[in-house]
Ligand binder design. Sequence first.
Ligand code: UDP
Length: 192
Amino acid sequence: MRKEIMGVTFDDVTLEEAVAAGEALAAGPGFSYVVTPNPEIVAMARQTETYREILNGAGLVLPDGIGVVHAAKILGTPLKGRVPGIDFASALVERLARSGLRLFLLGAKPGVAEQAGENLKKRYPDLLLCGTHDGYFQTDGPVVDQIRAARADVVFVCLGAPKQERWMAQYGPETGAHLMVGLGGVLDVYAG
Ligand code: UDP
């Protein structure tokens, strides 16, 4: 069930529920994307209607941070709790490794996505990592083509907000991927 908090409709889910829903979307036939708004992102959405529509058009809208959870409570629409993007990502990767779905990492400075991928492969040897690309490209077409050629099921899109949400909504369907997850600085964390 979705609950509206300052214009953004959040999914009222636990981490486990979110990951189960994410895996089902990744294994399904369509395309959807996951957003993890923190208070900064909610504030941006209040300013810009098109951005708010992109957030609310996501398959999953997860409250990434205690600030959103506190605000929800104060506003009388309490949420089960926070679902940090990095926790969602890690739990999803574990499931992808088990189910044989293909993961592509997009974003961060050159070399970071590759290093993040190597570290994830060490932790989850069965993970099917099908490609990486840095986040400082000038043209979108070749990146879309690379994701499509890699036959990615899931793409972690780490371009920072609001760029990553706009990118997923605009280019996601063309890539043939089933699920994209906007994760900010998560590749830097995995690479570190
Ligand atoms: N980034 C990118 N392309 C850009 C701008 C940013 O790949 O054009 C990356 C940046 O290198 C970093 C991530 O996006 O890895 C943003 O991290 P940050 O922690 O600033 O984002 P937040 O989590 O606050 O949205």
